[in-house]
Design a protein around this ligand. Structure first.
Ligand code: CS2
Ligand code: MG
Length: 402
């Protein structure tokens, strides 16, 4: 089998998605997610100008060699843009492999370790009351694990908290908006919020919280320590992950489990975090972490250190990534949890999916490969619209220095 064509489809059904479609001489094609929120066009340009010409003529079954060709074969390796492109190529090739062998992706990577994948949803509110109502609504929908974020008194816009019942979307149309952040107000508020949330949710619902890299190591240590009595499933991205040593301070002070890495893109971002057992969950998703080939290695190394998967799954990752993640999570032994925010209804006009939510988990059918298809004609109705993630400043106007 040979790759004879590859194209990048950029569309905006409610938000931007970048999809790589690789076609073979046997008429089989595969899809890979290449969406990098706010930087969609850069990944498209890298794929179209630099990767696709080298892909043509290759045998798509050689996933391992092709992965190394696009990772090690490239002088300027790593980085979010290149790794998203590598991930999309890899995902599309595994999709082709599954279709060629007439079997779902999970069968190619170890078969089923479980029948379904535990997911967590999002509860958000402008204030405590609204947040508590949102938690109850998510429990009502059947979720067993819930990430809780709330507006903070004295901070006008809290990242990741949608206003006026809009769909979750941290990117804003046009150039980046600037938001003001105040860590001391945040730190004073969150433990009290979670005391109330735990009371409403009871002990049987997993609670999670995302700090979005807003704390210094000592601030994060204080937060993790104060949240300990509320038994969080995890505290996510408490610090900016590039300072791996920062995680040592958090561990020294608290047993709150830590998840990190939705902005990471290779195993090397995790090496000391694994070997020193400084974290508990890997957030790096297939779409930014080198696809299935690389994430199998990351997950295998994590398992040696009793660290589990907890992949990023916000709505800015496409249904192709979500479906591939369900296969992956069904298979690996050290699965932890999968983030799940249902995409807006309009996304289904472009992507045809093969998964369903049931009783707190996601299930996938046995369509060969990943199982998601794209309607290219429908995609044309939704042209790309620039949207960027916000920039944060401290109250005194300066930028964060971490
Ligand atoms: C978040 C995301 O889902 C998460 O954990 O951190 O909302 C993230 O900020 C966006 O996906 C960025 O594109
Ligand atoms: Mg996050």
């Amino acid at each position: 089998m040979k790759i004879i064509d590859a194209k990048v489809i950029v569309c905006c059904p409610g938000r931007n998605f970048v999809t790589l479609k690789i076609t073979t001489d046997q008429g089989i094609y595969g899809l890979g997610d290449a969406t990098l929120n706010g930087m969609e066009k850069t990944v498209e340009a890298y794929l179209v100008n630099y990767c696709i010409p080298s892909l043509l003529g290759k045998d798509p079954m050689n996933t391992e060699d092709i992965w190394h060709y696009f990772y090690r074969g490239v002088y300027w390796r790593r980085g979010a843009v290149s790794m998203t492109a590598v991930s999309a190529i890899d995902m599309a090739l595994w999709d082709i492999k599954g279709k060629a062998l007439n079997t779902p992706l999970y069968n190619l990577i170890g078969g089923k370790s479980r029948e379904k994948v535990l997911v967590y949803s999002h509860a958000n509110g402008r204030d405590i009351d609204e947040t508590l109502q949102s938690v109850s609504a998510e429990i009502e929908k059947g979720f067993k694990a819930i990430r809780v974020q709330s507006g903070i008194p004295g901070i006008e816009n809290t990242y990741g908290v949608p206003l006026n019942n809009k769909p979750y979307e941290p990117a804003h149309k046009g150039l980046p908006v600037e938001e003001i952040w105040d860590t001391s107000k945040y730190l004073n508020f969150v433990p009290a919020l979670f005391e109330k949330v735990r009371h409403v949710a009871g002990e049987n619902i997993h609670l999670l919280h995302d700090v979005h890299h807003r704390c210094t190591p000592v601030e994060a240590a204080r937060l993790a320590k104060e949240l300990e009595p509320m038994h969080l499933f995890w505290l996510e991205d408490p610090v900016a992950g590039e300072l791996q040593e920062g995680l040592r301070l958090i561990r020294k002070h608290s047993t709150t489990p830590i998840a990190i890495g939705e902005v990471f893109n290779t195993i090397y971002d995790y090496s000391s975090l694994f070997t020193e057992q400084l974290i508990d969950y890997v957030r790096m998703p297939l779409v930014h972490g080198g696809g299935i080939t690389h994430m199998l290695k990351v997950t295998a190394m994590a398992s040696v250190y009793h660290i589990c998967t907890g992949f990023h799954g916000a709505t800015d990752l496409s249904p192709v990534n979500l479906a591939a993640s369900i296969h992956f999570n069904m298979s690996v032994n050290n699965f932890g949890i999968q983030e799940y925010m249902p995409h807006q209804e309009i996304v289904n006009e472009v992507f045809k999916t093969n998964y369903r939510f049931e009783d707190g988990s996601l299930l996938i059918d046995d369509t060969p490969g990943i199982g998601v298809d794209i309607d290219e004609i429908a995609a044309l109705k939704f042209p790309y619209t620039m949207a960027r993630l916000p920039v944060n400043r401290k109250r005194d106007g300066t930028m964060f220095n971490w």
